[in-house]
Design a protein around this ligand. Structure first.
Ligand code: KG4
Ligand code: ZN
Length: 334
């Protein structure tokens, strides 16, 4: 078995996975959403302090598996430096105490692996990663190698939902809340323009849309619940239309015979996005892969799934070389 740790942002999570069968033996996640909600976003120092309470509590429950562990895997990039350190320090301590090797895991590759928890990978594939930190279209060769086809020029898809939620006083994280409000609203009431619509650039952008929402809120003054529903519906429709428009254009040029499309990341839980991508895949004859809803947002099960592959290739990292890389996105290799 191997034990995996995730602490790149505001979720403390540990999993234990059986290497040969890929079976998830144990998985727990303690989310800090309610603690950060009053600040309208993640407060890094608070997140770090909460990890120091939550991670040892979860680890305590994993003691029964310690004798069977062959490696310990941990997210070391990208993420918040003060929270990555928490997981990496715990992983190093376990590595020394149990005399087992360390596996460093890139969080984005972890999200890709979330599609294959307890199953085999289906590569090559095109993958849309939509989270709080990233909006990327990737050509994924295998568990270890991918090529970025497009990324965001500014805010990420999930972040724009969080910011709209903050402007409307809906709390943090905003994604699920905005989706819920959108389901009750009139999406044609506000005519927000789709970002980069007339540009040939293979890129995403969400800061302009966020500003359009801000101006609409300011123009209304006091907001009724109905206003909030309509803003969320109109915003969500435009945010998804932008993803689809760019994804479609990029697929036409970059698909190269690939037959599988995956959506991963916390925002891939959005049902309207799932439906729209499903229709797009139908147009292109692509098979759609989705993670289970519980594995869309940050979790250690996906880190463990990636680590099984790393383990089988002997991709271990020496304890002295294992560093955190808060912003680095390792595109290729392990
Ligand atoms: O992958 P994740 O848990 O953390 C990062 O790696 O960033 O993604 C969290 C992001 C947040 O921005 C959250 O608002 C967004 O995913 N999110 C959603 C939905 N559920 C979560 N965005 C849109 N619709 C949702 N239903
Ligand atoms: Zn994530």
């Amino acid at each position: 078995m191997l034990l995996s740790i995730e602490s790149s942002c505001d979720d403390s999570s540990i999993a234990v996975t059986e290497i040969n069968t890929k079976k998830l033996i144990y998985h727990k996640k303690i989310s800090q959403d309610s603690e950060h909600s009053k600040y309208g976003g993640v407060v890094p120092e608070l997140a770090a302090r909460l990890h120091t309470e939550a991670l040892p509590k979860i680890l305590e429950e994993c003691k029964v598996y310690f004798d069977a562990l062959k490696a310990v895997a941990v997210t070391n990039e990208p993420g918040l430096s003060v929270t990555l350190i928490e997981g990496v320090t715990m992983a190093k301590a376990l590595s020394i105490a149990l005399d087992i090797p360390l596996i460093a895991v890139n969080h984005l590759k972890g999200h890709i692996a979330s599609l294959f928890i307890e199953t085999n990978g289906t590569f090559p594939m095109i993958t849309l990663l939509v989270s709080g930190g990233h909006t990327m279209l990737l050509r994924v060769k295998d568990f270890f190698n991918y090529e970025v086809l497009a990324t965001t020029l500014d805010d990420s898809f999930g972040e724009s939902f969080d910011k709209v939620a903050k402007m409307l006083g809906l709390g943090y994280p905003g994604g699920a809340k905005v989706e819920e409000y959108a389901s009750k609203g009139d999406f044609s009431r506000f005519n927000f323009t789709i970002p980069l619509y007339n540009s040939n650039r293979h890129a995403f952008s969400y800061s302009g849309l966020k500003n359009q929402v801000r101006l609409a809120i300011e123009a209304l003054g006091d907001l009724t619940e109905k206003d909030k529903y309509d803003i969320c519906a109109s915003f969500q429709k435009t945010a998804i239309a932008h993803l689809l428009h760019k994804t479609k254009n990029i697929l036409k040029k970059e698909r190269n015979g690939i037959k599988v499309f995956g959506i991963v990341g916390g925002a891939s839980a959005n049902l309207s996005l799932r439906e729209n991508i499903f229709a797009l895949c139908g147009e292109f004859g692509l098979e759609l892969k989705l993670s289970k809803l519980k594995y869309c947002s940050d979790n250690a099960a996906m880190i463990g799934r990636y680590a099984i592959e790393a383990y089988s290739h002997n991709y271990f990292t020496d304890i002295r070389d294992l560093q955190i890389n808060p912003k680095i996105i390792s595109k290729n290799g392990y």
